[in-house]
Write a protein that binds this ligand. Structure first.
Ligand code: CP
Ligand code: NVA
Length: 314
């Protein structure tokens, strides 16, 4: 968000199309010269806070901050005073007097908005119930590596169309000029305000966004096929969800309807036999391990950008 002198990354559309491309160019350069960028030399500290479990996000931010010359301070809700009810606003004020940036995985988007509103250093969304924008930067880097520019490519996402990944594909994919198709059952379609915002972005970048309930129509001819767990962290009703999403599993038959050179993405952790068949995620079209590695490079680039060019441009 622009203004107030400091930039945050709370949603995918907090970066303009030009800025998203700058971050992705930087991610590519930083992947080639992994230890050559040291914006946090000194060292400066980055707080990395978790209210929910994590493997990839915890590892990639910890490793990434260290590689930028800084020191990661990883905290869990349960071991901080926030877990005992200290207000987010007070936590933001205390942390931002000492750290260079705050990275937070939490539940409601309003929580990270409150952190950003009271922080004088950049705040980065490491997943909320509504968005997972760092993941989409890594996914776009992966698409660039395997398919070239994402502009004009079709990305089909199957499964829970109302979760953080679906919403971030809509906003981040539209920002990158992609045609984003969500295939989800009625009752699990994307939030209308996110669809509206993504359509507005797509109108400016040459992309498009659609949501359909026919999984075959969603996947037809797609260059990128993505999915995610049917039961996100904090969600109830596992059996009901599994029943609702049964025909949205990414199988070899469904993938056969996509472009023959389509790549398969999954943010992980994956549940083989539910949202994705084992022979697809472990098969030749899957690029999920590159995607997981790119969390490191994309987030380092984002932190570097926020610490340097982001601040200059504000
Ligand atoms: N994809 C992702 O965010 O993984 P973690 O939950 O393990 O961090
Ligand atoms: N939608 C999933 C993503 C996990 C990285 C969740 O929120 O649990």
């Amino acid at each position: 968000r622009k203004g107030a002198g400091v930039r945050h990354f709370l949603r995918d559309d907090d970066l303009s199309p030009e800025e998203q491309a700058q971050v992705l160019d930087l991610a590519e350069a930083m992947k080639k010269d992994r230890f050559g960028y040291r914006p946090f030399e000194g060292p400066r500290t980055v707080a990395v806070l978790f209210d929910k479990p994590s493997t990839r996000t915890r590892v990639s931010f910890t490793v990434g901050v260290a590689e930028l010359g800084g020191q990661p301070l990883v905290m869990d809700l349960g071991t901080s005073q926030m877990g005992r009810g200290e207000p987010i606003e007070d936590t933001a004020r205390v942390l931002s007097r000492q750290v260079a940036a705050i990275v937070w995985r939490t539940a409601g988007q309003e929580r990270i908005e409150a952190m950003a509103a009271h922080s004088s250093v950049p705040v980065v969304n490491a997943l909320t119930d509504e968005f997972h924008p760092c993941q989409i930067l890594a996914d776009l880097q992966t698409i660039r590596e395997h398919k070239g520019s994402p502009r004009g490519l079709t990305l089909a996402y199957l499964g829970d169309g109302a979760n953080n990944m679906a919403h971030s594909y809509l906003l981040g994919g539209a920002t990158a000029g992609m045609h984003v198709r969500i295939g989800a059952p009625v009752g699990y379609l994307p939030d209308a305000s996110v669809m509206e915002r993504a359509a507005e972005i797509a109108a400016a970048t040459g992309g498009s966004v659609t949501a359909v309930s026919d999984p075959e129509a969603a996947v037809a001819g797609a260059h990128v096929v993505a999915t995610d767990t049917w039961v996100s962290m904090g969600q109830d009703g596992k059996d009901e969800r599994i029943a609702a999403f049964a025909s949205y599993q990414v199988t070899t038959a469904l993938l056969g309807l996509a472009d023959p050179d389509a790549i398969v993405l999954h943010c992980l952790p994956a549940y083989r036999g539910l949202e994705i068949a084992a022979d697809v995620i472990d098969g030749p079209q899957s690029v999920v391990w590159d995607q997981a590695e790119n969390r490191l490079h994309a987030q380092k680039a984002l932190l570097h950008w926020l610490a340097t060019r982001g601040a200059e441009g504000s």
